[in-house]
Design a protein around this ligand. Structure first.
Ligand SMILES: [Fe+2]
Ligand SMILES: [Fe+2]
Length: 269
């Protein structure tokens, strides 16, 4: 069985199909098939106009606004660990759509190598989601059992008008934030006798360094094209679109490996 519609011969149609698929297993399959088709040269570098403002969502999990989410403790018992893995699985689920929305919405403004990078990201986000959902099932839960955060698409909506704003906020702020906190979470799972989840999160951590590096690479590509200074342009975009402010401590070595040097975030913590 194939998840790609028969007319999905262009990048735009294949990427939009992922965003439009609500059921997690089907979204994952569509992501994998679209990526495989791109790598095999089966998709033309063409795009479509009507990209959905919000991706299709499954019936479950129930989505709650940030203030309405039940409190999650530090994770000392199994249920607290499940709650944290569930929250991370939701982040990865939304990350699948963020990657394919990046391709569908902005791909036409970039060379084909942009698609190489974001198809890789999208396929990896699908893998991260699958690994976390598998952990939930091994622990007697599943993705959808608990409510999930409804604010994760806000940044995407807020930056849908400008590729440089999307790159500055989604990979370079939000995913970079993941680099700052993931290693402490890996240690916590290990200390709590859950090396399996620790291993999954460690793998995610290394993949995410690459995702952030693609964000920086293409952000700098746009800046070069528009003849703007990347560091000051980034600072302005962060001030406009990321109201929370950047919070240290930063994982300087991981950020540096992703091209996100101190010149970017110095002075706006
Ligand atoms: Fe991920
Ligand atoms: Fe990612």
């Amino acid at each position: 069985m194939t998840e790609l519609p028969e007319n999905a011969v262009s990048v735009g149609l294949a990427a939009r199909h992922v965003v439009r698929s609500p059921v997690p297993a089907r979204k994952v399959m569509a992501a994998r098939e679209a990526t495989r088709a791109w790598r095999k040269g089966q998709l033309t570098h063409e795009f479509v106009d009507d990209i959905p403002d919000v991706p299709a969502r499954p019936n479950r999990p129930e989505l709650l606004r940030p203030g309405k989410m039940p409190r999650r403790g530090k994770g000392t018992s199994v249920t607290k660990r499940i709650a944290l893995i569930h929250a991370l699985a939701h982040i990865e689920f939304v990350a699948i759509d963020l990657a394919f929305d990046m391709i569908a919405r902005f791909g036409s403004q970039f060379p084909a190598e942009f698609c190489d990078d974001w198809f890789r990201v999208g396929a990896e986000e699908a893998m991260h989601f699958v690994l976390l959902d598998r952990r939930l099932r091994e622990m007697g839960s599943f993705y959808g059992q608990l409510p999930a955060h409804d604010g994760l698409w806000d940044a995407a909506r807020d930056t849908a008008h400008d590729s440089s704003a999307r790159l500055a906020i989604v990979p370079m702020v939000l995913e970079a934030r993941g680099l700052d906190i993931t290693l402490a979470t890996v240690d916590r799972f290990r200390e709590q006798g859950d090396p399996q989840t620790a291993k999954v999160l460690n793998r995610i951590y290394h993949d995410e360094i690459v995702h952030v590096s693609y964000g920086t690479k293409w952000f700098e590509w746009v800046c070069k094209n528009r003849k703007s200074d990347p560091h000051s342009h980034w600072k302005n975009l962060v001030k406009t679109h990321f109201k929370g402010g950047l919070k240290p401590p930063f994982n300087d070595s991981a950020r540096h490996a992703a091209g996100l040097t101190r010149e970017y975030y110095l002075g706006i913590e």
